[in-house]
Design a protein around this ligand. Structure first.
Ligand code: FMN
Length: 188
C-alpha cells in the first residue's frame, strides 16, 4: 500500500550573521529546536559563514550549491541580527546570489539585537523578499537585548519567545504547504 501522506515540508534555516564572536548560531540552534519539536519538517541549517558567495555576484564560489539548497526548500527561516538599523550585508549578498529559486516560497524571521530586538532589520528584509517573489509570514521571533538571554552554558533562554515562535512556525507551515501545492500546479 502506498502512503498518501504529504512529504515533510523542507525548511531552510539560514544563519544570517557571519562576524567573529557572533551570537547568531546560538539563536539559530534555539529556532532549530522549535522547528524539530513541531514535527513533520525536514530542516536544513545553512550557516552563511560556511558559504563562499562573491560580492560581485559572478556566480563563482559556492553560488551554485547555495542556489540548489534554496531551490530544494519549500520554506525559509532567516535568523538575523540588527546592524545599524539594518540587516547584515552578507545576508543581502546571499539573497541576491539566488535567482528563480526563491520564487513562490515563504519566509519567516527570528531576529535579535538591542532594544528593538532586530525588528528594524526584519522590516527591511520583508520588501527585499517580496521583490524575490517570496511571501513573508506575519509573526516573527523577536529577541531584544539578546545577550541577557544567553546563560553560562552558552544556550539561549527563549522562553518569552516560545509563543511567537509557535505562531511563526504554524504560519510558515500553512503558507509553505499551500505554496508547495501551488508551485506543483503552475509555475510562478
Ligand atoms: C556593527 C553593529 C551594529 C549594531 N547596530 C545595532 C542596532 O542598530 N540596533 C540593535 O538593536 N543592535 C545593534 N547591534 C547589536 C547587535 O544586534 C548584537 O550585537 C547582535 O548580537 C549581533 O548579532 P551577531 O552577534 O550574530 O553578529 C549592532 C552590532 C554591531 C556589531
Amino acid at each position: 500500500m502506498t502512503s498518501t501522506a504529504a512529504p515533510d515540508l523542507r525548511v531552510l534555516l539560514v544563519v544570517g550573521s557571519v562576524r567573529d564572536g557572533r551570537i547568531g548560531p546560538v539563536v539559530a540552534s534555539w529556532v532549530r529546536d522549535r522547528l524539530v519539536e513541531h514535527g513533520g519538517l525536514d530542516v536544513d541549517v545553512v550557516d552563511l559563514l560556511d558559504v563562499d558567495l562573491p560580492a560581485s555576484l559572478d556566480g563563482s564560489g559556492d553560488t551554485e550549491a547555495w542556489r540548489a539548497r534554496v531551490g530544494a526548500a519549500d520554506a525559509v527561516v532567516v535568523v538575523t541580527p540588527e546592524y545599524n538599523h539594518g540587516y547584515p550585508g552578507y545576508l543581502k549578498t546571499a539573497i541576491d546570489s539566488v535567482q528563480g529559486e526563491w520564487r513562490g516560497k515563504t519566509v519567516g524571521f527570528a531576529s535579535y539585537g538591542g532594544a528593538a530586538g532586530g525588528t528594524r532589520a526584519v522590516e527591511q528584509l520583508r520588501p527585499v523578499f517580496t521583490e524575490c517573489h517570496v511571501h513573508s509570514v506575519r509573526d516573527q521571533v523577536v529577541l531584544p537585548n539578546v545577550w541577557e538571554l544567553i546563560g553560562e552554558d552558552g544556550t539561549l533562554d527563549g522562553e518569552r519567545a516560545e509563543a511567537s515562535a509557535k505562531a511563526m512556525i504554524e504560519q510558515l507551515v500553512w503558507w509553505g504547504s499551500a505554496l508547495r501545492s501551488a508551485r506543483a500546479a503552475a509555475a510562478v
